[in-house]
Design a protein around this ligand. Sequence first.
Ligand code: AMP
Length: 477
Amino acid sequence: MPPKKNAKKTPSLKTKQKALLKTSRPVVSKKVVSTTKIKDEDKESHKNTPYATLRGMKDVFGKEGRMFQRVYRVSESVARAYGFSYVETPIVEQTSLFVRSIGKGTDVVDKEMYTFDDKDGSKVCLRPEGTAPIARMYINQGMHTMPQPVKMWSWGSMFRHDRPQAGRYRMFHQFSCETLGEHSPVVDAELISVAYNTLRDLGIEASVRINSIGTPEDRENYLVELVGYLKSKRSYLSEESKKRLQKNPLRILDSKDEQDRAVIEDAPQIVDWLSEPSKKFFMSVLEYLDEVEIPYVLTPTLVRGLDYYTDTVFEFVEEGVPETQQGSLGGGGRYNGLVAQLGGQSTPAAGFSLGVERILLALKRKEEEARKNGTFVDTAEKQQVFFAQLGEQARKRALLLIERLRRAGIVVSHNLAKSSIKAQLELAHKVGATYTLILGQKEVQDGTIITRNMESGIQEIVDQKKIETVVKKLLGI
Ligand code: AMP
């Protein structure tokens, strides 16, 4: 039987669902969480003042966010090219892991650790550095059974309760590479090479400062001599160094205090106390560096702060920036005793870490310089294609087309919430788009789309089905 004229059609499922959506009451979750306690606490501590980041911590966004990601990408590509595989360790570890490895008498352990009692009463802390956790992981995960050496790279946040200043934060990030299970000078040279080339790829000229602090026995013998000398000059030392004379005399050599300079310059040098194997090892590291043409500065006063270093120690300093202005971009060294010290079997190892925030500072300094000299080239990633839509139907189709373009490897920027074409074209100019794709009501119906050259204003109508090929051709990719 033919349907009666004007008879009401049975509403489709879609229409029914839409009607339901219009009339139904908002869904209320059955699980009601009391907010009274949270509110009270909130009132107590903040009294309507806006929240600020904690001292020494910062938000990363905008241009800095883009720089941060660039540093990550370059670090990743260099580390991977040299055969390091990515690892991550937890941010929270047992406090004793760091006390045992870094050692008492160091600033990090004595003053800077974010230690707290966990709910079960155990002492835990936010990691102040990444090497001890890597050594712990090597032991825990039985990595000695893997083909040696095990080469790992990592990226993450570190926490030190230090006095904040430019380039010195309480939460900062490090890019690090570690090679465990091989005692060979070429390993040290490779690590230095990875760090140096990462900085170079980022456009930062760094110089490598290098020294050897020998075996623990070499150091013990040297310390007798050093302490004797420093005691004889005690009255010339800064207050801080006087304190260090008791706790960690080696660190005095690291002092940046002007008052200590003259004393340090005449101090006995550790290289004169190296055993034959350590001396030979060090010479070999230097020969490898010569071979790969990495310039270095022999620095007899470089000892690095942490207890676990043996033999080679090195540091990367930004060319032309005094250390007092946080010119130290990173550092590292060999730590042959660490794995055994943490309960594993004796395992030779070496590594480095670069401070990401210091790299960002260096990059900003370079940018400022280039702007002054008029040589600045904006390397910010430009979104070359902008997608503009007009009308409800176009907005719906837009997501589909954007996804098709993404799958073809074309990134398009857009703001689908905007409805005025003028506003969208302005946005396209702002992001530096060379082309804008315009989809209106008519184009949706015709199955077409408009391409607009943002410089000349010339527009062309193209078939939606060919959008990927057309855009690729326009961009020359
Ligand atoms: P360290 O683990 O002390 O050898 O430090 C390695 C690198 O991390 C340093 O050379 C700095 O680039 C960076 N770094 C260390 N402490 C801080 C800090 N408090 N804030 C920012 N970067 C830091």
